[in-house]
Every structure is written in structure tokens, then in C-alpha cells.
Design a protein around this ligand. Structure first.
Ligand SMILES: Cc1cc2nc3c(=O)[nH]c(=O)nc-3n(C[C@H](O)[C@H](O)[C@H](O)COP(=O)(O)OP(=O)(O)OC[C@H]3O[C@@H](n4cnc5c(N)ncnc54)[C@H](O)[C@@H]3O)c2cc1C
Length: 589
């Protein structure tokens, strides 16, 4: 029945790399036919597409936005892969049973063991496949600790893998259609750096000044590229990951249709047989002879879904993800009878306001540096400031239940901290002093005063509480111990501390005026709840049976990490892994 038809008409749309479109001329109800339709072009979707192709399937990726890459493109691009094959060469080792013990403890019994095992079995295979068959490259990070080092089975390094730099020139015209990195991951808003380099610069490891000069020189001396674009040719982090995945798709002529949002899933009474989508203002029907893989991210930007499912208060404007993630695929799955799970969870992260295009930035790491406190409206600390970002917002909700004082919370720091370290959009004062910041940032992006009492008044929090919190922090800095919340007491906290500060790299006094405050909202880097899947990434109905032909991965699916965030890379690692798993299952391998 299938008739070879070559490329689908792509004029003006741009992101077609050639391909295997087969028009179903014998079957008028479909406009296009493929073995596999992948919805969404983040890490989960692109990995699924490449793997399905490598298993002999014809594939199309449809993407709602005019840019590909999703949240993955603006992310750190790290993947958390226990027992990965890269660590051995660096002197690391891991053990399946320990990783399972850790995952079981972290997920608190909320995730089926079969899914945890599927993750541990397939994540290393997925990485190996992409490294051997595609252009994706990773590097295991020897000192990047798991987020809960005190839990059984945790490791102090090697499970998190950084995406290796990728040359944007390899993408040709497709480079312009990739979602650009968020300014928070760039030096001076321009120069890209790997996660390892970012760590060296932030924590002022030996050689950081030289590294900084080398990065700037390489960027500015790349003259041919400088005449072309402001964007760095050396892609790192999420841009490197998405760039290398996209290039690998181009090598395979897998079509990627931008501005083609999923509308609905087509059920033929037996299985999911395809999708309807909008293209050029028209509804089109695309057959998926083997299956549909939903990889369309979470529902961060859907305020109605946030109100319905997430703990309150919550606002779509607090997320840092791109705007297209409005839960479309989750709702499409629900309409064909899929069960939802973990809908009250998100990959929480404290976020701050950034004036201008970016609007929001997550505070991932600077909280760990010495000389700051995070307080509620009572001026009281409620959390270890260096804790994983997810735990900061969880603590905001928990403390808020008791005090009603955590939305917003505040990060308070002094002149020394301001001079030495970056905070949100503020570069260290020694590089960019207050006098050179845009005037409208004052009393908006940051607040400043010569006394703690006046600062408290300006931001509307209790001055006595704040004074006591800062005084205590000074005492803890001297002793090296934070008896309240244990800041700097474990390897993960210390990873982003300032190693030149003794006795505890995460503890410093807040004593030198002027004093600063930044408003903290309970934001996120994606939602976690979605379609419940099994160990084969098949979407399940309420009765636990799979919906034939329907798969989900990434933030469209309920997270395999359950309520937890075991280590850096725990969202993209599973998104890619279950994309790989889905491709194998529907190909019958
Ligand atoms: C600044 C930042 C740093 C981060 N760093 C890391 C990190 O280092 N490691 C890690 O594991 N996680 C990290 N995260 C989180 C991680 O990026 C996301 O959780 C992950 O990328 C989600 O991947 P995904 O494939 O599920 O979705 P996405 O990457 O968001 O891709 C979903 C795609 O689907 C598209 N889409 C939406 N609706 C439709 C529709 N109706 N039809 C078609 N397409 C649709 C979207 O436009 C998007 O392109 C970070 C997040 C941020 C914001």
C-alpha cells in the first residue's frame, strides 16, 4: 500500500533534512504515513527519533515551536547515568545494586521497581548507542556528587555526565533554528562554557583566571564566526546536546517539522494509529504504523493546570522553561484514557526576576557560596541554602504551611559576597559593579541598603528576625558548623562552595555593608507529573493495561525519579533513556 514519495513539501519552513515521508495515496484518510511519529524536539524526542531510525523505522518529529530543542536546549545538558561506560577510563567505578538501592531510597516507594531497573539497564546503553552511532559525546564528571550523598548507594562523583562541546558550524542553516542558550549559562551573555568550566569559574578553582581569559580570547578571535553571529560557535551544555542530536538526525535524513503542534491522538478502536496536527493553518493527519512517542515536555506554562494540580501558590511566570510547554500531550493522552501520576510535583527551582527578554532565572548554585542566607518574611532561615534546588522550593512549601511567610522568600547577602560571586543576573561586583547595572534593576531585580534593618523594611520582612539570622550565620562561619540546617556539611553542598574559604566553603559572615536582597519565587525547570508509563515507556490506562501504540517520555510522562532529584542530569537522562526504550519496544527489539 505504501508508495515512496520522497520529501514532504517544506518550502519556507526550513527544518526538513530530507527524508522518508511516505504518502498514503492508497489510504486517503492520512496525509502522511510513518512508522513512528515523535511529538516534541527536546532531548527525549530527538533521542527517540534517532534510535527508532537506527532500528529501521521511518520517523518524523513534529514540533510546536518555530525553534527546536525545547527546555533541553537551554538546559545544563547534563545526564545522570549510573554505571556509565565513561567513568572507567577516568578511574571511577559504579555498581548496579548500589545505584538501585539509592534510587529506591530516593523515590520513596512511589515508582515501580521495574521502571527503576529499566532505567538502570538502559541508560548506559542509550549513552553508548549515541556515542558509537551518532555524534553525541559525554564526559563523566569525577567530583559531581549525587544530590543526597548521605543516602545508601549514593556516589560522590562520575554518575553525572557533561555534554561535550559541539561545533555549531556542523549544523549549517539549522543552527539558526535551534533554541539559543539562556543568558544565565553564558559568560557575559555570550561565551559558552561546559559544566566543568562553569564550576571552575564559580568556585575559583586553581587556574580560573587563565581559563576565563582563554574562553574570552577564543570567542573574540573567532573572527569568521564573529562577523556572522553573536552566538558562540562552541556549543556547550544543552545546546551541545541538542546540536549533536539534531546533526545526527540530519545525517539520517529524519524530517523535523517545526510549527506543527500536536492536536490529538487518533485511536482506531484497537491502537493509537496516528496523530492530528496543525500545519500551515490546516489540520493534517499523520499515520504512525508502529507508534506515537509523546515527548512534548510538561505543563509549566499552563496556569489552569498549575492551579489544578500543583501546590499553591504557583505561577506560570515563575518557571524558566520555554513557553510552548503547555501540557498538550498530557491532555491528549488523558483523552484516550491514559492514567496520570505525580501531577502535584515539579522539578522545583528557586527563581528570580530578570528584567528584559529572559524574564526569569533559576538560582542553581550560587546559594551554596559563603556569605548569604535565605529567609522568609519573618527573617528566619528555613532551609540549607546549598541544598538541591528541588529541596529549596519543597522547603518553601513546607515552611509556608506553618508560617504563611515563604512566598516570596529572600536571598540576603553582603558587600563581600556581592563583590566576589555572581548571583542570578548580577555578575560579581569586581567585574560589573552596581554603578554599571541598569538603573531599573534597583528595587526590582535586587534591593540594596546600608543597614540590614533598612533592607528588611524595604523588602517588607521582619528586621529582628533577619538580624538574628545574619548574626547566627557569622557564628556558624567561624565554627564551620551550621547546627540549624547543616549548610556545607556534605559533598554535594561543598561542590559549589568556595574552596578558598575555611573552615567551611559554604559558610561566611553577612556583616559588611551595603547589604543586598533578591526576591525568590517557588519556580521550576519543568513539571514532573504526566502520563503513567511502564518499563517499556508504554502509556498505561487506569486499569494498568498499556494503550497500544502509545509511548511517552520526558516531562510528558510521570517521572521515573518520582518525588526525588537524585543527581544532576536526572531529568534529561530519563527523557533520553525512555526515548531509547520506546524506540526499541515499538520496533519489536
Ligand atoms: C536552565 C535549565 C537548566 C537545566 N539543566 C538540566 C540538566 O543539566 N540536566 C537535566 O537533566 N535537566 C536539566 N534541566 C531540566 C531539563 O532541561 C528538562 O526537564 C528536560 O529538558 C525536559 O526534556 P523533554 O524532552 O521532556 O522536554 P523539552 O526539552 O521541553 O522538549 C519538549 C518539546 O515539545 C514541544 N512541544 C510542546 N507542546 C507540543 C505540541 N503540542 N506539539 C509538538 N511539540 C510540542 C516543545 O516546544 C519542546 O520543544 C534544566 C532546565 C533548565 C530550564
Amino acid at each position: 500500500m505504501s508508495i515512496e514519495a520522497g520529501r514532504a513539501g517544506e518550502a519556507g519552513r526550513g527544518s526538513e533534512a530530507g527524508g522518508s515521508t511516505i504518502e498514503a495515496r492508497g489510504d486517503s484518510k492520512w496525509d502522511h504515513q510513518f512508522d513512528v511519529v515523535v511529538v516534541g524536539s527536546g532531548g527525549g524526542g530527538l533521542t527517540a527519533a534517532i534510535c527508532a531510525h537506527d532500528l529501521g523505522q521511518s520517523v518524523v518529529v513534529i514540533e510546536k515551536s518555530d525553534l527546536y530543542g525545547g527546555t533541553t536546549a537551554i538546559s545544563g545538558g547534563g545526564v545522570w547515568i549510573p554505571c556509565n561506560h565513561l567513568m572507567g577510563a577516568l578511574g571511577g567505578s559504579d555498581n548496579y545494586d548500589e545505584a538501585l538501592t539509592y534510587l529506591k531510597a530516593a523515590t520513596q516507594g512511589l515508582v515501580a521497581e521495574a521502571r527503576l531497573r529499566a532505567y538502570l539497564d538502559h541508560a548506559p546503553q542509550m549513552v553508548r548507542h549515541l556515542e558509537e552511532k551518532a555524534r553525541v559525546r559525554f564526559c563523566a564528571m569525577p567530583t559531581y556528587s549525587d544530590y543526597y550523598p548521605e543516602m545508601r548507594g549514593a556516589k560522590s562523583g562520575y554518575r553525572t555526565c557533561d555534554s561535550m562541546p559541539f561545533n555549531a558550524a556542523e549544523l549549517g542553516e539549522e543552527f539558526a533554528r535551534m533554541r539559543p542558550p539562556t543568558p544565565g549559562t553564558l559568560i557575559g551573555g555570550r561565551v559558552q562554557m561546559t559544566a566543568g568550566e562553569a564550576h571552575t569559574l564559580l568556585t575559583k578553582e586553581r587556574g580560573w583566571v587563565l581559563l576565563f581569559i582563554r574562553k574570552m580570547a577564543r570567542y573574540w578571535l573567532d573572527l569568521p564566526w564573529r562577523f556572522r553571529t553573536k552566538r558562540d560557535r562552541r556549543l556547550t551544555l544543552g545546546n551541545a546536546l541538542v546540536g549533536s542530536l539534531r546533526r545526527s538526525m540530519m545525517d539520517r535524513n529524519i524530517p523535523l517539522w517545526l510549527e506543527t503542534p500536536l492536536e490529538s491522538l487518533v485511536y482506531d478502536g484497537r491502537r493509537i494509529a496516528g496523530v492530528t496536527a496543525i500545519r500551515d493553518g490546516k489540520i493534517i493527519r499523520i499515520a504512525a504504523n508502529r507508534g506515537v512517542i509523546l515527548a512534548a515536555g510538561g505543563f509549566e506554562h499552563n496556569q489552569a493546570m498549575r492551579d489544578r494540580y500543583l501546590p499553591q501558590p504557583t505561577k506560570a511566570e515563575w518557571t524558566v522553561t520555554p513557553p510552548a510547554n503547555t501540557g498538550d500531550a498530557i491532555r491528549a493522552g488523558q483523552k484516550v484514557g491514559a492514567k496520570l501520576d505525580l501531577m502535584d510535583r515539579a522539578w522545583w527551582a528557586p527563581t528570580v526576576t530578570v528584567a528584559g527578554r529572559e524574564k526569569r532565572r533559576a538560582l542553581f548554585v550560587e546559594r551554596a557560596l559563603p556569605g548569604c542566607v535565605m529567609v522568609n518574611k519573618l527573617g528566619r532561615r528555613f532551609v540549607d541554602e546549598a541544598a538541591p534546588y528541588q529541596d529549596i522550593v519543597t522547603a518553601m512549601f513546607e515552611d509556608n504551611q506553618k508560617t504563611g511567610a515563604n512566598f516570596p522568600a529572600w536571598l540576603v547577602f553582603d558587600a563581600d559576597f556581592r563583590r566576589k560571586y555572581p548571583v542570578g543576573p548580577l555578575l560579581p561586583g569586581m567585574v560589573r559593579p552596581d554603578s554599571s547595572l541598569p538603573k531599573h534593576w534597583a528595587d526590582n531585580v535586587y534591593y540594596k541598603s546600608d543597614s540590614l534593618a533598612d533592607l528588611a523594611k524595604r523588602i517588607g520582612i521582619d528586621a529582628t528576625g533577619l538580624a538574628e539570622s545574619c548574626k547566627h550565620m557569622g557564628e556558624y562561619a567561624a565554627s564551620g558548623k551550621d547546627p540549624e540546617f547543616g549548610k556545607g556539611s556534605n559533598t554535594f553542598d561543598r561542590y559549589y562552595g568556595d574552596r578558598n574559604v575555611k573552615p567551611n566553603p559554604c559558610l561566611g559572615p553577612i556583616a559588611k555593608p551595603p547589604f543586598y536582597a533578591m526576591r525568590i519565587d517557588g519556580g521550576d525547570i519543568g513539571t514532573k507529573g504526566g502520563l503513567l508509563t511502564d518499563e517499556f515507556a508504554r502509556v498505561l490506562r487506569d486499569d494498568g493495561q498499556p494503550i497500544a501504540g502509545l509511548y511517552a517520555t520526558g516531562n510528558t510522562s510521570a517521572a521515573v525519579m518520582g518525588p526525588s532529584y537524585p543527581g544532576a542530569g536526572s531529568t534529561i537522562g530519563p527523557a533520553m533513556t525512555f526515548g531509547y526504550v520506546a524506540a526499541h519496544h515499538l520496533a519489536g527489539v
